[in-house]
Design a protein around this ligand. Structure first.
Ligand code: ATP
Length: 145
């Protein structure tokens, strides 16, 4: 019997489906969740969620959050999450550039602004790294006639 998996971010339902295993970026490292797992509530680091369903793996970036594990369902409440296949790399590049530029000129005493920019930089780097590592690359084959 599979385990149900739901990944919800602040603004949308990112994934729902049945899985054979869900791997989460727990505070103590990667944790694999199989069906019939003992109930558990855990916070999540910035990292990757891997959902294996019908022998295929889907990879999601998650910018922190919490996961509630029950024997029949894993619910992830993420600050932000996206399937690596839907990451817009141009948008992430632009977000990284904006955050880097703003960090260079933020006033040191403005801790809130500094932390927000640092988090934005980490989100964009996470998305760019994951897209590079996990996305199927498009290939164009030119044939000579
Ligand atoms: P941006 O400045 O580009 O909005 P952000 O890090 O501030 O980036 P978030 O607040 O983390 O964005 O996310 C807002 C919504 O947009 C979320 O649903 C998130 O999954 C989505 N999102 C953010 N960046 C990307 C991206 N590069 N590709 C696809 N979806 C993204």
């Amino acid at each position: 019997m599979p385990i149900r998996c739901e990944i919800v971010s602040q603004d949308r339902l990112v994934y729902e489906g049945d899985a054979e295993i869900v791997v989460l970026p727990g505070m103590d490292g990667e944790m694999g969740v199989l069906p019939h797992h003992a109930p558990l509530l855990t916070t999540l680091k910035f990292g990757l969620i891997k959902v294996r369903a019908k022998g295929e793996e889907q990879v999601f970036t998650v910018a922190g959050g919490v996961a509630e594990i029950q024997p029949e369902i894993v619910t992830v409440l993420a600050d932000a999450a996206e399937n690596v296949q839907e990451i817009d790399t141009a948008r992430a590049e632009a977000a990284r550039k904006r955050a880097e530029e703003a960090l260079a000129s933020v006033r040191p005493e403005d801790a809130d602004a500094y932390l927000a920019l640092e988090a934005a930089l980490r989100r964009s780097n996470l998305r760019l790294d994951a897209a590079k590592r996990f996305r199927a690359t498009k290939r164009t084959n030119y044939t000579e006639e």
